[in-house]
Design a protein around this ligand. Structure first.
Ligand code: SF4
Ligand code: SF4
Length: 501
């Protein structure tokens, strides 16, 4: 007889006075928590399957439902905590690696929350963004080290290819396969309307989305899924994915069950076969090898597209970035340890990598020290949650930010953190047609446009308060930042003073 060691994490609380047994909750829950008991004529719940995605709560017409975290705890102590004990029970039952999704939830420092932004007072007046021009546009790509003029005194404008963004934000890589067709459609449409870019991730580009090419970053990852000449030419930029913040040092695995229909066609692999991305690119073992791929991709696209190299934030990231900047890449994307994922081994997600704030500051400083900062633009991601995180990242040295989890929240994600199950009740991280259709791309793109429009206003307000009227003037301007509750070493790496200094 098997013993059930783990009490359910969540309890379904149904107000029987309000419940009209309409069975909406039963139809909405892909985890099959709710069912109707014909004998007793009441709704019942199997709480062991609930992931607290809030779908049934949101759609219950009589507000009869709520999901609460169970207060039934195991006998924990400071060393053996509830989650740790449950993980042991799970592995003792399954014999398998624990899988998770979304970003690292551990209570490690969030440096964005320990950094405060400056504001002008008296001598350096603030700027009113409603009445005065404010430039939020950024151009990503290699810049010339100095201004040059021809014999007639005209500026020589022979810049390498640049990406133009209306604001310093892009939607980060999420593959078709890990997220749904409708989620991709929402991101592509919103990016186009906003004048920014979204990113295919490693799953290829669905034929319907080629029209959004000028607002698309096409990714080339170690599995090379869906990579062909038209794909490379379709995007505004090409991103070589070397690593990902949620799972540095390992590859990816999309189970065969998710490789169905158009996902299989877009990835160019047979239906039902597992999509396994190897941990390394099998043709890259040095910066010289990376350089070969960078230039192969440039050659394939007639040197018209900037090439991004994306890496996870790891211990020696500054040296790695220095190498990438010398590889011919135009943009370096760095993904911090809180970056999200559709699926990653829990141990990797929660224990590998470093915070993006420290990685960014050390990379920007190293590239400046080496005199090669203009060779590349820096894009950072890994839990950028708000306009103020964006401002802080720019002041620490970033040119732009990648945003993913916040974009999924705008689409309706409730952070139930079970994307790996493929049963996303909000139609985002799923390929099940009945679930996918729950996300309306018209509404999805509208909500993404709203979110980014709001962030852009806030960015302008924050900049105006600092007396700064362009992103370019804020970039790497660490004097605009102060730390609170940080030790000397942290302040030194961040390159900022403590509040009060
Ligand atoms: S998994 Fe989601 S839809 Fe199902 S019972 Fe729990 S909260 Fe409701
Ligand atoms: S995308 Fe869906 S499955 Fe993933 S965390 Fe959000 S609601 Fe849950």
């Amino acid at each position: 007889m098997s013993i059930r060691f783990i009490y359910p994490e969540f309890e379904v609380v149904r107000n029987e006075n309000r419940c009209i047994a309409c069975r909406v909750c039963e139809r909405q829950c892909a985890n099959e928590v709710h069912s109707y008991n014909e004998d007793k004529k009441v709704m019942i719940s199997d709480e062991t399957k609930c992931v607290n995605c809030q779908r049934c709560v949101s759609l219950c017409p009589t507000r009869a439902l709520k999901i609460v975290k169970s207060d039934c705890t195991l006998r924990e102590n400071a060393n053996w905590q509830n989650d740790t004990i449950k993980e042991i029970y799970k592995q003792a039952g399954s014999g398998g690696v624990l899988l998770s999704s979304m970003g690292n939830p551990k209570p490690l420092p969030v440096y964005w929350d320990k950094i405060l932004i400056n504001a002008s007072q008296v001598t350096n007046p603030p700027i009113d963004p409603l009445r005065e021009p404010m430039e939020t546009r950024v151009f990503l790509g290699k810049k010339n080290g100095k201004i040059e003029r021809d014999e007639n005194g005209n500026l020589k404008c022979d810049l390498p290819p640049q990406l133009e963004l209306s604001m310093p934000v892009m939607f980060s890589a999420m593959s078709y396969g890990s997220i749904s067709y409708n989620a991709h459609a929402s991101l592509a449409r919103a990016a186009t309307e906003l004048g920014i870019l979204y990113n295919t991730g490693e799953g290829g580009l669905h034929e319907d989305f080629y029209v959004y090419g000028p607002n698309t970053v096409v990714q080339v990852a170690s599995g090379r899924f869906g990579v062909h000449e038209d794909y490379l030419s379709a995007g505004a930029a090409i991103e070589i994915k070397m690593g990902q913040g949620a799972k540095p040092g390992i590859g990816g695995h999309l189970p065969g069950a998710k490789i169905v229909g158009d996902v299989s066609k877009t990835r160019m692999i047979p239906e039902g076969s597992d999509a396994i991305s190897p941990a390394p690119h099998h043709d890259i073992y040095s910066i010289e090898d990376l350089r070969q791929l960078v230039f192969s991709l440039k050659e394939a696209t007639e040197y018209k597209k900037p090439v991004i190299v994306k890496v996870a934030a790891v211990h020696n990231i500054a040296a790695i970035a220095s190498g990438i900047a010398r590889s011919g890449a135009d943009i370096i994307a760095i993904d911090g340890f809180r970056g999200g994922t559709g699926a990653a081994p829990t141990r990797i997600r929660d224990n590998v990598g470093i915070p993006i704030e420290l990685a960014l500051a050390s990379v920007d400083q190293r590239l400046r020290d080496e005199g090669i900062r203009n060779n590349v633009s820096l894009v950072v991601g890994g839990s950028i949650r708000s306009a103020s995180d964006v401002i802080k990242a720019i002041a620490l040295g970033a040119d732009a930010c990648y945003v993913a989890t916040a974009a999924l929240l705008a689409l309706g994600c409730h952070l139930c953190r079970t994307c790996q199950s493929g049963k996303c009740n909000w139609g985002i991280a799923t390929q099940r047609p009945d679930l996918v259709k729950r996300l309306n791309p018209d509404l999805g793109s509208e909500r993404l446009v709203n979110l980014m429009t709001a962030w852009r206003h806030e960015i302008m307000e924050l900049m105006g308060g600092m007396g700064i009227n362009s992103i370019e003037a804020l970039k790497g301007n660490r004097l605009m930042l102060r730390g609170v509750g940080l030790n000397e070493k942290e302040l030194e790496i961040l390159g900022i003073s403590h509040a009060g200094e």
